[in-house]
Ligand binder design. Structure first.
Ligand SMILES: Nc1ncnc2c1ncn2[C@@H]1O[C@H](COP(=O)(O)OP(=O)(O)O)[C@@H](O)[C@H]1O
Ligand SMILES: [Mg+2]
Length: 367
């Protein structure tokens, strides 16, 4: 008997099946880039190419991960069926060029492919073990937590570690940092790199920061992110934070459905980009303030904002909690990690292992 498992990324109709990155990373961990012009190789009319570019679809990989309904609504395509055909043509072109896996792969093939995932060190060997190696490419990792919980500090540390070579726990690539809260501080990234003995000036040149002003701007940046990932040779995309702007702008109950719909489109886009470009996507999120645990869920943990939309989109959901000078990371949701927690601290090196008492031997290697 053959068991078929069909994975989809979105509850929306007409979304193509999960696209799997099939290119085995070479020794630099980098996969070949697709030139922007290749849309032409699908032999599309120039006017259609222009309309696609107007909504941020610049390459075949952008087209392969787009939502047919969006093409139908915004590109003058006559019906949804034709829009779906167009997306499937792009996907077929990538499959034929060997960039994507075929629609159906055996589970052991998928396991083999997962062995080629890249994992980025968090700066703490314990946190890395907790994550089974680090922050993964081809996935969206959500870091949730209260104010001051260490979300941004973890992102800063990842800015430093992601640029390191693969054998030092890095992704050997650049970083895109989308800052929606105006909290990005180059000085802090500089300090973390310097205290880890890494040339800070070189690191700062590898971090591309985008200051986002409002929810519409963030959606536009997400829409064009495929092009930015190629242009800046990024292996890590950070959005700090993912829903604060939408929360601030869509306040009344009557706007909730619209907010969730727009968030859903953006999150799906981020997840698909992670897969197609073999990059790690990290998004931060808040928890609801809870003066008397009113907002805590049944487990007693604070409730993460964003509702089911964000919960379903994130591959991994990690909650950070303050515990005196330390931080506790809790794995709230994962397709393969058991519910677990670990401790770390934040110091001048960013995220770091807690200093253990004398005589304690930690066998885990440090990057
Ligand atoms: N240079 C530093 N050295 C040590 N700890 C720091 C430093 N900068 C910030 N921190 C710690 O990080 C905390 C802020 O964490 P942050 O990641 O910015 O919070 P959030 O979860 O709201 O993004 C501060 O309260 C402080 O404990
Ligand atoms: Mg922050």
């Amino acid at each position: 008997m053959i068991i078929l498992i069909i994975c989809t990324l979105s509850p929306r109709l007409n979304v193509p099946p999960l696209i799997i990155w099939s290119q085995i990373a070479n020794d630099t961990g980098r996969c070949p880039m697709l030139p922007f012009q290749v849309l032409r190789s699908l032999e599309l009319q120039q006017s259609l190419i222009s309309r696609l570019k107007n909504i941020g679809i610049e390459s075949i990989s952008d087209l392969a991960i787009s939502v047919p309904q969006d093409l139908f609504e915004h590109c003058g395509i006559t019906d949804e069926r034709s829009a779906l055909d167009l997306v499937m043509r792009a996907k077929k072109a990538l499959t034929e060029s060997g960039t994507l896996a075929k629609d159906f792969s055996t589970a052991d093939n998928l396991l083999e492919r997962r062995r080629n995932l890249l994992k980025c060190s968090t700066g703490s060997s314990r946190l890395n073990s907790f994550l089974k190696g680090g922050i993964e490419t081809q996935a969206m990792t959500e870091i949730a937590g209260e104010y001051g919980g260490g979300k941004t500090q973890l992102c800063y540390t990842l800015c430093v570690t992601a640029t390191l070579p693969l054998n030092k726990g890095g992704l050997n690539g650049n970083v895109i940092f989308v800052d929606t809260e105006n909290t990005f501080r180059s000085e802090r990234v500089h300090q973390i790199a310097e205290n880890r003995g890494i040339n800070p000036d070189k690191i700062l040149q590898k971090v591309f920061v985008c200051k986002v002003l409002n929810a519409g701007h963030l959606e536009m940046v997400a829409q064009q992110l495929g092009k930015s990932i190629e242009e800046y040779d990024a292996k890590l995309v950070i959005v700090d934070s993912i829903i604060s702007l939408h929360r601030a702008e869509f306040t009344g109950r009557e706007t909730l459905a619209e907010r969730q719909k727009r968030l859903n489109i953006m999150l799906n886009k981020l997840l698909r980009l992670a897969e197609v470009h073999n990059v790690a996507v990290v998004v931060t999120n808040q928890v609801q303030s809870q003066p008397d645990n009113f907002f805590a869920d049944a487990s007693g943990l604070p409730k993460v904002t964003g509702g089911n939309i964000l919960g379903h989109a994130s591959t991994y959901r990690i909650l950070l909690r303050k515990a005196g000078r330390h931080r506790i990371a809790i794995m709230l949701d994962s397709p393969y990690h058991a519910y677990d927690q670990t401790k770390f601290m934040i110091n001048e090196k960013g995220v770091y292992d807690i200093e253990e008492p004398r005589g304690y031997r930690n066998s885990e290697p440090e990057w």
